[in-house]
Design a protein around this ligand. Structure first.
Ligand code: AHM
Ligand code: MG
Length: 338
């Protein structure tokens, strides 16, 4: 009987054949991430039984209480990346400093990985979707340990980006700059299998996702856009539905499939926004653009933002192109009002 499914590994190998000069390093790196994702998924699934819920009692660089699963996921991805031999540096949400890895005498390790090992920490203990986000760059310097310019590259230099969503089913979605493909973990095979080829975000949707509890702290442009979403209009299908999980991966994934906009703006309490540029905004921006959508910080395309520091924050407006454009229009009109 003919095999009906394509595993992530098979897909990666097939794609690599399109680039005969490629060394296979990126393919191996993506496979390493896929393996770590399966280990983390197993732990998340049995978390309630294994007693790994709850806080560790430590605080990470962001000033957030670390959850046991945050720490576990961080360890698993770092171990897999170090062991794989393709990665020369890791930026992680859970580590203040860059993790530089000796690239070896041959200098074979050419990739930098930025990762949020477990996004949506506040949802860990309550059985709601959480995720992992990753971004991959090629180092620009040659030989020796990595330098700042290798790590502080703009999002438009990413060679690959992706996320894993640990939800009602577990999926890995990634792009290498040639479209977006989604793979669902088949628990009976223990393999990610291609389930969502060539993902495209609808140009227009009927969902807006924003933490409205912060409404009074938002810029006027965002407040006006929210009111616009709530108005009645047959032509655009308004009022839109409000959906906010509080896990960027889960909110983004739903909007990618159904169409919608996710906003985490600058607020009076967090003037630079909350989400981190290198390992949250940039990878999601690459994915959404590859799927036909758009991502901006309110003025500038996310992928064109200067990267000055590892844990830099950014505001983000991301999703269906026409919805992002409308929100940006309001940001511009009300740019003087706060
Ligand atoms: P985390 O990486 O510490 O989990 O924080 C990021 C998360 C995003 O997943 C989510 O969109 C956002 O924080 C929710 O923040 P808030 O609770 O302020 O709405
Ligand atoms: Mg996060």
């Amino acid at each position: 009987m003919k095999q009906q499914f394509r595993t992530l590994d098979q897909f990666i190998i097939e794609k690599q054949a399109d680039f005969p000069c490629a060394t296979g390093g990126l393919s191996r790196l993506l496979r390493d991430i896929g393996i770590a994702a399966k280990v983390v998924n197993r732990e998340i699934n049995r978390a309630g039984l294994a007693g790994v819920f709850g806080e560790t009692g430590t605080v990470n660089i962001q000033g957030e209480c670390q959850q046991r699963l945050d720490v576990y996921a961080n360890e698993q991805f770092i171990t897999a990346l170090k062991r794989g031999g393709e990665c020369c540096a890791i930026v992680s949400e859970e580590d203040e400093e860059l993790i530089a890895i000796d690239p070896g005498i041959l200098g074979n390790a050419r990739y930098i990985v930025a990762i949020d090992p477990l996004d949506g920490s506040s949802n860990i203990d309550v059985n709601v979707g959480i995720g992992t986000i990753f971004s991959i760059y090629r180092r620009v310097s040659t030989g020796g340990m990595v330098r700042p310019e290798d790590v502080l590259q703009k999002g438009n230099q990413q060679v690959a980006a992706g996320y894993i969503i640990y939800g009602s089913s577990t999926m890995l979605v990634y792009t290498t700059g040639n479209g977006v493909n989604g793979f669902t973990l088949d628990p009976s095979l223990g393999e990610f299998c291609l389930s969502h080829p060539d993902m495209m975000i609808p140009d227009h949707g009927r969902i807006y996702s924003v933490n409205e509890g912060n409404y009074i702290r938002f810029p006027e442009g965002v407040r006006r856009y929210i009111r616009y979403c709530q108005e009645e209009d047959l032509l655009t299908g308004r009022p839109y539905s409000s959906r906010y999980i509080g896990s960027m991966v889960a909110d983004f994934h739903r909007n990618l499939i159904k169409g919608g906009i996710f906003i985490y703006p600058a607020t009076t309490a967090a003037p630079n926004g909350k989400l981190r540029l290198i390992y949250e905004c940039n990878p999601m921006a690459m994915i959404v653009e590859q799927a036909g959508g758009a991502a901006s910080d309110g003025q500038t395309r996310i992928l064109d933002l200067e990267v000055r520091e590892l844990h830099q924050r950014s505001a983000i407006f991301i999703g269906s192109k026409s919805m992002v454009e409308k929100a940006l229009e309001m940001m511009e009109v009300y740019s003087d009002v706060y």
